[in-house]
Design a protein around this ligand. Sequence first.
Ligand code: GCU
Length: 599
Amino acid sequence: MRKKLFFLFTLLMVTARCVMAAEVPAPQNIYARDVQSLNGTWNYFVDVQEQGYYDYRMNPVKWGYFMNAKPKRPSDLIEYDFDKSPSMQIPSDWNTADEKLFFYEGTVWFRRLFDFQKKEGKRTLLYFGAVNYEAIVFVNGQEMGKHVGGFTPFCYDVTDVLKEGENFVVVKVDNKRHADNVPTRIFDWWNYGGITRDVLLVNVEDTYMEDYTLHLTGKTTGSIDFAVQLSKKVAGEKVTLTIPGLKVKKTVTTDAEGKASLTIAKVKPQLWSPENPKLYAVQLQHGAETIKDEIGFRTIETRGKQLLLNGKPIFLRGVCTHEETAYTNRRANCAADADTLIAWAKSMNCNFLRLAHYPHNEHAIREAERKGMLLWAEIPVYWTISWNNPNTYNNAHRQLSDLISRDKNRAAVIIWSIANETPHSNARDNFLSHLATSAKEQDPTRLISMAMEVLSASNYVNRLQDNMNQYVDVISFNQYVGWYRDVNDAKKMKWEIPYDKPVIISEFGGGAKEGLHGAAEQRWTEEFQERLYRENLDMLDKIEGLAGTCPWVLKDFRSPRRPLPEIQDYFNRKGLFSDQGKRKRAFYVLKEWYEKKKK
Ligand code: GCU
């Protein structure tokens, strides 16, 4: 009898873990909805051997960590206890939240208890801004699904597993690197693991406005395209769009796909720009649901080698930045984190940020939009990706689609970048050309680019040749004359870019330890970096059709690839700011050069 009972119990446990087909698209503009934050105190513990997931079948109660089980009888054997485990504030990365985990790569289990009051007639979604790198999510012991990719949002419909009163969510987070991942096994930034962005419960109507887009019609400034998608394929539903600042109030009716769209003519919005980051209050209403947003209207296009913002040529006075906080040097995750970095860039006369090398959090995008900073957004197709692996392609494509879906209404974003410094091959060209084509199809209103590379010069002539030139709107490339090569030859260098498209230098620069001073020939001194900048900027100024520059990098950032004691100490030192916010001498060289570019 006992055997039968145990068998039944085990069967129950195994089915309890059965995956609910629960994943749903992350709703557009999540913060404008009826949200209950699950940020705050989460308990956690390390599971190096992942026994809490792979061994649960042998003894689900003892090892099914996702069950959050407690001994019921004195003899019960349970070998974990979230209540007695450490806790950390979420969102955060475990590397800087717990010094024992600074270098840790593997699985950590997280658990959050929360109270919930059922909402009649509503559905409840569980939203993650991002989890790096792989997340398996359980609610009240039931597996909701697995998400792969460390920098884009994902969401589950948890309506049917939530209970009145106390509930628990458990997440298995694994940040191990793999050759088939995106990014691949090697990358020059810290592998911050954890629930690194907001976690929200979102209460929505049974049929809700899942997605919408709002932007100028093509390159015109006199009409606006609006489209809305409901969560269900329901025809005949009314959605009303109101833009008081433009005296617009229009109602559309959905088709059998639950979609509706409209072009609103005879409007004359003030155009969004870095100098005038004008945002319009927008409201969408469907039944009992109202969503408010702030939308900027602008055009971005190319004409030969010119970049045109709102029809006028613009030079992108940029700088690259990782998603890493000033001073504390942890994974950034909120508006305040972004504000400091944006302010530092503005203090250098920047009007453009290259958000390297992965999608940054939505707060940062919205802060840049509010503060008038143009953005280059990127997916982490970085260096030696597994070009022939279809799963790798699908992963990259999913990250690209989720990035575009989340930020397509943000005027600040002008460029979608599909790759960084990827070695040439037919497989790479095939992979990237499909990504570029898909990006253009998903969003024809923005420009497509990627950071190509020029590795060497012959007779001081650097010639850019990349088959991907036909798939991008903007030719961008990284070059490290003065640092990785030709340390004293910037003055002699010529550049040949044989494509009739705007050119952005998506990376250049060199390292310096802030406060280390000496001869300009002495590597790691501020004077060396200062000379490098002066010589590079003179060299780059000679490139015909130069439409922008993005030196590498705003601030020193953590990297496991930079161990040099007393100089790097696991920081990449190419920052114009130190990791403690001190300006290096090269900062002033760039600031002055950009001042002149403003004219
Ligand atoms: C490359 C790469 C960066 C890296 C930089 C460097 O260009 O794109 O991610 O940090 O070089 O070497 O510092």
